[in-house]
Design a protein. Structure first.
Length: 277
């Protein structure tokens, strides 16, 4: 049985939502961190830890965190106040959700991402949001009005495979529906097909077709990078990188008019650690 730890430090108008995750209140020394990525100046992660529990996740090892604790969500109780203090005079590209999902289920309850976006909307930052959750549609009007873009992560269109590889994340069918909704609402949305794994072998065309059918205009594709990942677990599950699948996905998307970019070795580029506390 899972436990809900009430974060009594939060002074939020708590939205009731179905959520049975484990959370703990934490404080952060700073809200935004300089990013080592070439296309991003700053990063912001409203939560530490991530309930999605993806088997290919490299974040805990990269951050020197205990992987067995990664699904315990740290709710950064002071992040909104810190962000308000740090933003004046700063501008550039900021990515929300570089190492944890800002729209994981805890966000239904704690609203940190929504409140951070509210602060960011009054700043000079250009904002990108990375997520694997359809919860982002809750804030779509606000996101469109502030001119932010969304990168939705998809690794398979098979809900059964997703349940095994991304057990806590919303199913791909819900993510595809969310992309369709966002595109229809005029939100700038892209797809991150990352990582491409052997789990999609033989189904690359279906994946490309499903993504193209949402109406999205651009997709970023990345292979499975084994650095920092739990390779023993991947071996046990028979999951491996597949360059052939990467090529087939890229070709399938291009044939269907989706612009693509190969996002090679994301983790290698990620040289600066984000502040998770
Ligand atoms: S969504 Fe990202 S941060 Fe969360 S478990 Fe999956 S790979 Fe890790």
């Amino acid at each position: 049985m899972t436990t809900i730890i009430e974060c009594t430090l939060l002074d939020f108008d708590v939205e009731k939502g179905e959520w049975d995750g484990v959370a703990k209140p934490v404080t952060c020394r700073r809200a935004i961190s300089p990013s080592g990525l070439p296309f991003c100046d700053y990063s912001l992660n409203p939560y530490s830890g991530c309930e999605h529990g993806c088997v290919y996740c490299y974040a805990p090892r990269m951050m020197h965190r205990d992987p067995s604790e990664w699904r315990v969500v740290g709710v950064k109780t002071n992040i909104v106040e810190r962000l308000s203090r740090e933003l004046p005079g700063i501008k550039g590209r900021l990515i929300v959700g570089t190492v944890t999902d800002p729209y994981q289920y805890a966000e239904r309850r704690f609203l940190l991402t929504r409140r951070c976006l509210d602060v960011l909307s009054k700043s000079q930052m250009r904002v990108t949001i990375q997520t694997k959750s359809d919860l982002v549609t809750r804030d779509s009007t606000f996101i469109r009005e502030m001119g932010a873009d969304i990168h939705m992560g998809i690794t398979t269109i098979d809900d059964r495979i997703s349940k095994m590889t991304e057990p806590g994340a919303p199913l791909p069918s819900r993510r595809l529906a969310a992309i369709r909704t966002l595109v229809g609402e005029g939100v700038d949305v892209k797809v991150n097909i990352a990582p491409v794994m052997s789990t999609i072998s033989g189904h690359e065309t279906e994946l490309a077709e499903a993504i193209a059918d949402t109406g999205v205009g651009k997709a970023y594709v990345d292979g499975l990078n084994l650095r920092f990942t739990d390779t023993e677990r991947l071996d046990r599950m028979g999951i491996a990188p597949s360059d052939e699948s990467v090529t087939l996905v890229l070709d399938g998307l291009r044939e269907r008019g989706v612009k693509t970019e190969l996002f090679k070795e994301f983790v290698e580029l990620y040289s600066i650690k984000n502040d998770l506390q």
